[in-house]
Design a protein around this ligand. Structure first.
Ligand SMILES: NC(=O)C1=CN([C@@H]2O[C@H](COP(=O)(O)OP(=O)(O)OC[C@H]3O[C@@H](n4cnc5c(N)ncnc54)[C@H](OP(=O)(O)O)[C@@H]3O)[C@@H](O)[C@H]2O)C=CC1
Ligand SMILES: CC(C)(CO)C(=O)C(=O)O
Length: 305
């Protein structure tokens, strides 16, 4: 079997999904897409990164899924359950098919969906989507980040050339394969609970948060979020998370966070799956989160919800 024998189906695709789908095509993979509405036979999209510009096209999946299908789902947290339910209804779907899933925020999955072959992907890439007359989707890759993918232990111990994790690692670097991503997911959650609502409320690019005037609030948000993580037996420290927040803000300095993009384009935001989830988890565990509550209040005053 060669690398091209994997059949990738990218659900969406949006900013992150389109970036990954383009990278897989560059790597010679077979890619189909599953948009929310199947209005056309194919989707055309464009990715720009600094001077680099590439046009891509992939068919919309309509036929029976091939046995060696690998899904990539990169949707907003509030769309995750519906997206997973949708792929389970596709003709030829079986529960062993790997599903690489990337989203910010925390989502409680119903029991049947937990049985799927899910591989969480955490990414700090920054991408903005729009559309123009030449392409259904234009993705500006504003921040080249890093990614981590949860894989089965066998893949790490006995890698093979046609393993989806390894193919993605080559196609979409830098990507680290890990056996248990729970700590990494919490770290990313902390980062998003700080960068996303702050940049949304203050309508600024991520890099603005590097300025000295923000540091007291940023540090306080990190410390409270880490206290909640610790209450869930996730061992993170405030110092390491604070450093990571600043590193991600630097790496994606020109990017508008996905939450700010949602505000700008009048779309639903992930505030409830981020700050809302954190405050509730804190309440349940008896951990106070006043700085996040204050930020949520500002967010709600400004955007009424
Ligand atoms: N953009 C960024 O820089 C980053 C984003 N993230 C996170 O990654 C996740 C994805 O973000 P992003 O790529 O920006 O989001 P986008 O909104 O750009 O992309 C999501 C796409 O999935 C589509 N979609 C949603 N539900 C379905 C469904 N059931 N069937 C088919 N298509 C569906 C959406 O359609 P529609 O347009 O109709 O809603 C949209 O096209 C989010 O959790 C985000 O917070 C993480 C790191 C950086
Ligand atoms: C990494 C970061 C902060 C990039 O903007 C992101 O995850 C987001 O915008 O949702």
């Amino acid at each position: 079997m060669t690398k091209a024998n994997l059949n990738w189906v990218v659900l969406g695709p949006g900013a992150i999904g389109g970036l990954i789908a383009g990278a897989l095509l560059e790597h010679g993979q077979s890619v189909s897409v599953l948009p929310r509405k199947n209005r056309t036979r194919e989707i055309n999209w464009q990715v720009t990164h600094k001077q680099f510009k590439a046009d891509y096209s992939a068919p919309v999946i309509t036929q029976l899924l091939a046995e060696n299908t690998v899904f990539v789902i990169a949707v907003k947290a509030f769309d995750v359950i519906q997206a997973l339910q949708r792929i389970t209804t596709l003709r030829g779907f079986n529960k062993a098919m790997p599903i690489i899933i990337s989203h910010n925020g925390m989502v409680e999955l119903p029991e049947p969906l937990k049985e799927l072959n899910l591989h969480p992907l955490v990414t700090t890439h920054g991408a903005v989507r729009s559309r123009n007359e030449n392409a259904d989707l234009c993705i500006e890759h504003r921040g080249a980040g890093r990614s981590w993918l949860e894989v089965d232990p066998a893949v790490r111990n006995q890698p093979t050339d046609f393993d989806p994790g390894l193919v993605l690692q080559q196609a979409f670097p830098p990507l680290t394969l890990e056996q248990d991503l729970s700590q990494r997911r919490w770290l990313k959650f902390v980062i998003n609970c700080v960068i996303n609502p702050l940049t949304a409320v203050h309508q600024c690019a991520n890099g603005e948060l590097l300025k000295g005037s923000w540091q007291a609030q940023v540090y306080s948000l990190v410390a409270e979020a880490v206290a909640v993580a610790n209450s869930q037996n996730v061992s993170l420290t405030t110092e390491e998370c604070y450093k990571e927040v600043l590193l991600v803000a630097k790496e994606t300095a020109l990017n508008h966070s996905s939450m700010l993009q949602d505000i700008q384009q009048q779309r639903r935001t992930e505030i409830q799956q981020l700050t809302g989830y954190l405050i509730n988890a804190g309440k349940t565990a008896g951990v106070a989160t006043p700085t996040h509550q204050q930020l949520l209040n500002e967010f709600q005053q400004r955007y009424s919800g």
